[in-house]
Design a protein around this ligand. Structure first.
Ligand code: UTP
Length: 441
């Protein structure tokens, strides 16, 4: 453990002496905890973070071009499905869920994955994900390891949710939890902030933190030992996601892609989703706000938007690519946020307006490094309805509505029928599986 003198020295060398300003009034246990936090700070990262606070000139860039996006034809689907099913049956596929976020917009007291979303059963988001993994493993008679990234803010509660529900039927040895990194927030002078006299404020380092966390926690090595070739990546908030969609996995393999992305047609030119673009041979993800109004609203001769598709973080990565990327540094993104802090008199202040910079890494920043990228269009009504907000758009209510509409379609009843419906994904993961069961309502 670092001593007080060592901590003082390293903080002074980095212009962060204020971290110890309450030292004299701390109890021995508090001192120990603070020293341990200081010891785990990544000072080179802190230097990068402070550098970002300085104004910098925007580098002029080529105009973005929309990439080629594959749409399924029956022939292509059948071919890809055969390959993907073989990959699954041979145990080459892992599932990776990022669930370390704070879910602040939803405002639920607990990990977002524990939020009850089942329209009839109130089963949590985790249930729908886990039961799909179970369905795949049963159908293809193979192990499908399920890696779940948590963060210090929700790790214990996430594990407890799985334990309480007996892992939703999955073999516990194939559910691997790993914890992402945390980063401090900086005030406008680039100083690390304390949220208690004995505690540095920390928050999860973004879904891009997956890469370092996978490597650091031995998950990449575990995947290699299991013979994994493709990793299906998704977010916790969308219970409609088709996890490790066999045809998507197959197309990724056929195309020898390093990253594959499922893209959805945007609702309107200004929908707040990321967009895959190309500049020369290089792919990247941009926000719609990075397009000019002309670019955002540009249309092709058939009336479609030129930048028609958005990304909703449904990806397949090749394991070798993630291994390569985990050795690199992803860029940091700044967000101005409200961060509680200790005033000099020791009181805790909850600011009414943004007072700090938080830093996050984004997973899609690996895109420019990918040599082969596959973009595949998917149908929003079948696969995407996230729980982001407490009410309104992308809320529990809209999600339950969309889930039931989909299941009614599967069951062959009118979408707007008042008949309540819920289907356990381990019973039927797709419309075809439901038909195979011979369900008649
Ligand atoms: P969001 O950007 O929607 O953030 O995360 P969030 O934390 O869930 O919700 P808000 O913005 O606070 O309301 C997209 C996905 O990335 C994961 C989330 O758990 C979610 O599955 N994520 C986000 C992480 O795993 N770690 C992070 O540091 C941030």
């Amino acid at each position: 453990m670092m001593t007080f003198d060592e901590a003082k020295r390293v903080l002074a060398a980095n212009g962060q002496e204020q971290v110890l300003r309450f030292w004299k009034q701390l109890k021995p246990s508090q001192r120990k905890a603070l020293l341990s936090q200081i010891e785990s700070l990544d000072f080179p990262m802190l230097t990068r973070m402070r550098g970002l606070l300085e104004p910098s000139e925007a580098i002029p860039q080529e105009d973005p071009v929309a990439p080629e996006v594959v749409e399924w034809t029956p022939e292509l689907y059948a071919k890809a499905l055969r390959v993907g099913e073989k990959e699954l049956a041979n145990g080459r596929v892992a599932v990776l869920l990022v669930a370390g976020g704070q879910g602040s917009r939803l405002g639920f007291d607990g990990p977002k994955g524990a939020f009850p979303i089942g329209p009839l059963t109130d089963q949590p988001l985790f249930y729908f994900h886990a039961r799909k993994v179970l369905a795949l493993s049963k159908r293809y008679q193979a192990r499908v390891p399920f890696y779940i990234m948590t963060s210090d803010v929700n790790h214990a509660a996430t594990v407890a949710c799985f334990q309480k529900n007996r892992f939703f039927g999955l073999p516990p040895e194939d559910v691997i939890f790993f914890v992402q990194g945390m980063l401090p927030a900086l005030d406008q002078d680039g100083k690390i902030m304390l949220d208690r006299p004995d505690h540095i404020f920390l928050s999860p380092d973004g879904h891009g933190g997956t890469l370092t966390a996978l490597a650091k926690n031995g998950c990449l090595a575990d995947m290699k030992a299991r013979g994994i070739r493709s990793i299906f990546y998704f977010q916790v908030d969308n219970p409609m996601v088709e996890i490790a969609d066999p045809a998507f996995i197959g197309l990724h393999a056929l195309e020898k892609a390093e990253i594959s992305l499922k893209l959805v047609a945007k609702r309107d030119p200004h929908e707040g989703v990321g967009m895959v673009v190309k500049r020369g041979p290089v792919f990247s993800m941009i926000e719609y706000s990075e397009l000019t109004e002309e670019q955002a609203t540009r249309r092709k001769s058939n009336g479609d938007l030129y930048f028609k598709y958005g990304s909703v973080a449904i990806h397949v990565f090749s394991r070798a690519f993630l291994e390569r990327e985990s050795k690199k540094k992803l860029p940091l993104h700044i967000a101005h946020k409200k961060v509680p802090y200790v005033a000099d008199d020791g009181t805790i202040v909850k600011p009414g307006a943004p007072n700090a910079c938080k830093f996050e890494k984004f997973i899609f920043d690996v895109l420019p490094d990918a040599k082969r990228v596959l973009n595949l269009a998917f149908d929003r009504a079948e696969e995407f309805s996230p729980v982001k907000n407490a009410e309104g758009v992308d809320s529990p209510a809209s999600c339950r509505h969309d889930l039931q509409a989909k299941w009614r379609r599967w069951a062959g009843i009118p979408e707007d029928s008042p008949i309540p419906i819920e289907i356990d994904p381990a019973y039927a993961r797709t419309a075809e599986e439901l038909r195979e069961k011979g369900i008649r309502l």
